[in-house]
Each structure stands twice: as C-alpha cells, then as structure tokens.
Design a protein around this ligand. Sequence first.
Ligand code: ATP
Ligand code: MG
Ligand code: FE
Length: 332
Amino acid sequence: ISILAIESSCDETSASIIVNGKVLNNIVATQSVHEKYGGVVPELASRAHQENLIPVIQEAILTSGISKDQLSAVAFTRGPGLMGSLLVGVSFAKAFARSLEIPLIDVNHMQAHVLAHFIEDPKPQFPFLCLTVSGGHTQLVLVKDFLDMEVVGETQDDAVGEAFDKTAKLLGLPYPGGPLVDKYAKEGNPKAFQFPITRMPGLNYSFSGIKTAVLYFLRDRLQENPDFISENLADLCASIQYTLIEMLLIKLKEAVKQYGVKEIAIAGGVSANSGLRSTLSDLAKKKGWNLYIPKFEYCTDNAAMIAMAAHYKYLKGEFVGLDVTPLAKMKL
Ligand code: ATP
Ligand code: MG
Ligand code: FE
C-alpha cells in the first residue's frame, strides 16, 4: 500500500509518501509571507499553497524512490482549517486521484495530529489520553483506537497556541511568537509575575482571559516605565508560559483521574514547547504515567501524520468520491 498524502490546512504546504504503514518522507514548505502581518492571512495562504504544492509533491515522490504509477491512493486534509487553503489541497488530490484512477482518502487534521504518535516508536497503547495543543485547537482526546477517538474536553474560546502568539504580539515579538516565548522563558523566572488561571467547568479550557490580563498589566507597567517590556522580557515570557502550562496540566490531571488512563500523549505545534515538555515529563515520572511526545517535525503541521491516518483508513476501505468538499470546521 503506497499513499501520497497532502496537507494544506493552514500555512504549511506538505506532502508525504507512506508505504505499508512506514512514512518515507515528509516535505514541508513553510510560508513566511504572513510574518509581516502578525498572523496568517487566509488569502495569501491559499496563493502560497497554489505555488508550493506541486514542487512539494514532486519532491516527495522523487525522494520516495517510488513512481506515481505505484501509488494505491491519494490522501488529503479535508478539515478543519482555512477554506481557501483546504481547497487547494483537495482540488489537487481529486485531479491526481482521477488521473491515476486510484481511490481518494479524506483525513481529519486533528485526528492526524493524534496519529502522529504512530509514525515512530515508542507508540502509545490504547486507550490513551492525548492533549492536542496547536494554533487553532486545544483538546483532550480519549483515543480508543486508530480511528476511534472522543473529545472529552476542549477550549471554549482561543487555542493555547493562539494565547502564546497573541501575548507574544503584546510583547512586541514577531509572528508566530510561541517559539520565541519559549526561547526567552528559558532565562526567566516563571514566578516573577502572576497572571490569572482560568478554570472552566469539566475538562474544558479557556485561554482568552490571559491575553486581556497581559494587555492591562503591560499598559499599567509601561506607564511607569516605557522600557518595562525590554527590561523584563525573559520574566514576562516565563510567567506567561508558566500560567498557560498550569492551565493545560490542571485539566490533564483531572482527565487522567476521570478515565483512569496512564498512557498520556501530547500532539500539535505547542507540544514543541520546552517548558511544557519538561514540566510534563516531571509530572509523568511523579505520577507513573507513560508519556509520549512526537518528534518536533511531527508536532507542527505536516503531511506525514496525514499519511499515517490515511494508511489506517485505507486498511478499513474508507474512501471518498470526487464530489467531496473541504470542511473548515470538521469535527473529530
Ligand atoms: P491547527 O492544527 O489547530 O489547525 P495550526 O496548524 O496553526 O493549528 P500547528 O502548526 O500545529 O497549529 O502549531 C502552531 C502553533 O504552535 C503556533 O501557535 C505556534 O506559536 C505554536 N508553537 C510552536 N512552537 C512552539 C513553542 N516552542 N512554544 C510555544 N508554542 C509553540
Ligand atoms: Mg501552522
Ligand atoms: Fe495543525
């Protein structure tokens, strides 16, 4: 079984070839055009996908060592994501599948983030809890099988990645600010400043409050000292990061209690955060959890995870017709 998988849900154009469940490559073109706007501009993202898609796919096929005639199926991200971006990948996938006369497989991007754990060893055992933390989502997922997962808690407003990026913007850091907050936080004191921990009912999250809290906090401090941010950048980053990690882990601990699962995984772009990784590793040791964190390149948006999901769907014969349309708000 050889599958070409395409990811184009947001601002990464990516292609991957998987053969018999083994990912052969993962080609990613990241769009830099959004930096100067401080966030992803959907219209520009679609155009960049249109430019990058063919070269990225060509490279994936070339470096895989297999020819396009050997492909068994074409897979694509159907959603959730930006409609214009998704349309570029879906349209290409349809045309390519049609021309090769092979089946088409639609993949849910959030399901794929979870299945990134099956690209390489060690792989979690079912059932496991996956904390999916990205630029658009924050979900606690109970994973019962490869294609059987349930969202047991999620953010009611902003995603945690968004909270990282938006607070970073308030600190004057360029987009995406998440990795920079991580970098400066390493030299800062996480207890230097206190920001409120928002507690939602059940296993749900809310990350919109911290943005406002940081905004008002900075406004007051900057009035007293215009250099407040530059003089305290590391402490600010460390304190914001600490608060966000606390909020993530409070609910994770509750979910573990509720479901009695000790296999714990994290997925999504924010799982690259070094503070989250180390705090979670310590917690796992203390609690006796088995913790799974994918390689960095499989945490952020990539087609290898789409390929992994497509492989399991192929085994179950789950294909879609050429009339399939993208779903910007596709549910897990
Ligand atoms: P979704 O998957 O929900 O559609 P997305 O595709 O934008 O959203 P990803 O590409 O998985 O999300 O992750 C990007 C997010 O991860 C951004 O918000 C970015 O700031 C954040 N991020 C990446 N690295 C780090 C880091 N080291 N620390 C904190 N945040 C990070
Ligand atoms: Mg992205
Ligand atoms: Fe993503």
